[in-house]
Design a protein around this ligand. Structure first.
Ligand code: GTP
Ligand code: MG
Length: 504
């Protein structure tokens, strides 16, 4: 099987964030000089960028795994970790980025257009950045977040002014070879061309590109032959040229039938593709008919016979790629069509476009899923922020864990868990069910930094049995009862042993 370099699967690993640092300033005569652990650097992003020097996806076919450097950890004395540099991958104009499921993520057209494919992980905050009036010297820092890991399909659709379409062996590649400096493979067996060839034609001062498309056969739009793989190449070509073989000896083939079959395939195909912004629909694009192989006497006879009829639909040129008959007129006719199209189309936006996935801030913070299980319900918290916070937490450090639970509560996760029906002691997983962090829900865990103990610890974790909501309520009632008792005592004292109802 031939290798298709116009479609590759690319695995991108963005850089991880560097860890934040825990450090305390040390100066002479100042034993504890405040936190000075700096933040870790951010991991590098992986960015696809349309580059005029890149014409194929070949390099990603050879090295499908690409990774960006990680950020360096922060250091003491407020020395920030260096960020990993972004890795910019050049792609040809016309590259379509798809998910492995086939969803189009981006359509990269125009030099300079960028797509942020995988985002580097945030660097973790150092203890200096985590300090607050209440938490003056945090004994923990945040870990760097992991860089995104993304696998996508890159597909290249040729961007040419003119597309040559036709049955296998009609002479499409031969025409490109005769009209331009391109030297595609030519042979007398079908499907010689597997990847479109691109040639540049200069006719009377008009320069345009011409691409051949691998041969089409009936059913191509349903994937027959090399069908769909190649139909998409013409999606972006402004002018369509039908190359009809007038010398074929195959039964049931003649120029008119071939034309009808190919037009039918194009029509079916055009209904399958979503309309592309700024492009004329496929079936409305200008067309021209080339009757090829006129150097063969019988072919020329046939060509002249059918040309008259065909001219009622589209302009017709009788040519020979071999003897070069009619090629000059053809190249000028194409130049005129291309010029017409260019004049009618607005100039492409000169400002390069940068396409980014949905900004993280715009997404909902989190959602809670209640999952059933043999051992009772499991609550799953899914969300970019909480999952990242968990990844950034050093679970060996209680103070860091306490900070995490404060953040989660502040985001409203406690409230939403309660709304979802979670009870104290129910297991909650943050992130994926396999691999997320699981803990038992403790809704009444007091939050805030007032409970801070020694550095690296959190008093909430020192308590062996933390109060539940009912414990708290009971202790509240006890307190109120005691208060009431004290009040009554006071009244009784004042009225010299005679008790008066204070509320009367
Ligand atoms: N006599 C004659 N033969 C031609 C002419 N053009 C092409 N051929 C021959 O037809 C055969 C197929 O030519 P290609 O240019 O490879 O055809 P193609 O349309 O690109 O074919 P696929 O890539 O398979 O779709 C080759 O043997 C060519 O030499 C022509 O004008 N006259
Ligand atoms: Mg060919």
């Amino acid at each position: 099987m031939a290798t298709f370099v116009d479609r590759v699967v690319l695995h991108a690993q963005a850089g991880n964030g560097g860890n934040g640092c825990v450090s305390v300033r040390r100066e002479k005569f100042k034993p504890l000089g405040g936190p000075d652990g700096a933040n870790g650097g951010n991991g590098g992003d992986i960015i696809l960028k349309v580059d005029s020097q890149v014409t194929t996806l070949l390099s990603y076919h050879r090295s499908p795994h690409q990774s960006a450097p990680s950020g360096k950890p922060g250091e003491g004395d407020l020395r920030i970790g260096k960020s990993g540099e972004n890795l910019v991958l050049g792609v040809p104009s016309g590259t379509v980025v798809k998910s492995l499921d086939g969803d189009v993520l981006a359509d990269l057209v125009g030099v300079g257009t960028e797509y942020v494919l995988a985002r580097g992980g945030h660097g973790g905050l150092g203890n200096a950045a985590l300090a607050s009036p209440k938490r003056k010297a945090p004994g923990f820092a945040l870990l760097g977040d992991l860089g995104e890991q993304v696998s996508v399909v890159l597909e290249l659709k040729s961007v040419a002014d003119v597309a040559l379409v036709g049955f296998p062996s009609a002479g499409k590649s031969s025409l490109i070879a005769s009209m331009s400096a391109a030297r595609p493979k030519i042979a007398d067996y079908p499907f010689t061309t597997l990847v479109p060839n691109l040639g540049v034609v200069d006719a009377g001062g008009v320069r345009y590109t011409i691409a051949d498309v691998p041969g089409l056969i009936p059913g191509a739009s349903e994937g027959k032959g090399l069908g769909l793989e190649f139909l998409r190449h013409i999606e972006r070509c402004a002018v369509i040229v039908h190359v009809l073989d007038c010398a074929t000896l195959e039964p049931n083939r003649d120029p008119q039938t071939d034309l009808d079959i190919i037009e039918n395939e194009l029509s079916i195909y055009s209904q399958q593709i979503p309309p592309t912004h700024g492009h004329v629909p496929l079936m409305e694009r200008p067309r021209l008919i080339v009757l090829n192989k006129a150097d063969v006497p019988e072919a020329k006879e046939l060509a002249e016979f059918v040309a008259e009829d065909l001219r009622t639909t589209y302009p017709v040129h009788v040519v020979s790629a071999v003897s070069r008959e009619g090629l000059r007129e053809l190249s000028f006719a194409l130049a005129a069509l291309v010029e017409d199209v260019r004049a009618s189309q607005p100039e492409e936006d000169p400002a390069p476009i940068v396409i980014r996935p949905v900004p993280r801030g715009k997404r909902q913070d989190f959602v809670i899923n209640k999952l059933g299980g043999t051992g009772g319900p499991l609550y799953q918290v899914v969300g970019e922020k909480p999952e990242r916070w968990v990844r950034q937490t050093d679970f060996a450090n209680d103070e860091a864990v306490g900070y995490l639970s404060d953040r989660l509560a502040k985001l409203g996760i406690e409230d939403e868990l309660a709304k979802a029906g979670a009870l104290a002691g129910d297991p909650v997983v943050i992130g994926p069910v396999d691999g997320g962090v699981v803990f038992d829900w403790e809704p009444t865990m007091a939050t805030g930094a007032e409970l801070l103990g020694p550095r690296g610890s959190d008093l909430r974790f020192e308590q062996t049995d933390r109060p539940t909501r009912r414990d708290k309520r009971e202790s509240f009632y006890e307190k109120m009862d005691a208060k009431e008792a004290a009040r009554q005592e006071l009244w009784m004292e004042r009225d010299s042993g005679v008790w008066t109802d204070p509320d009367a």
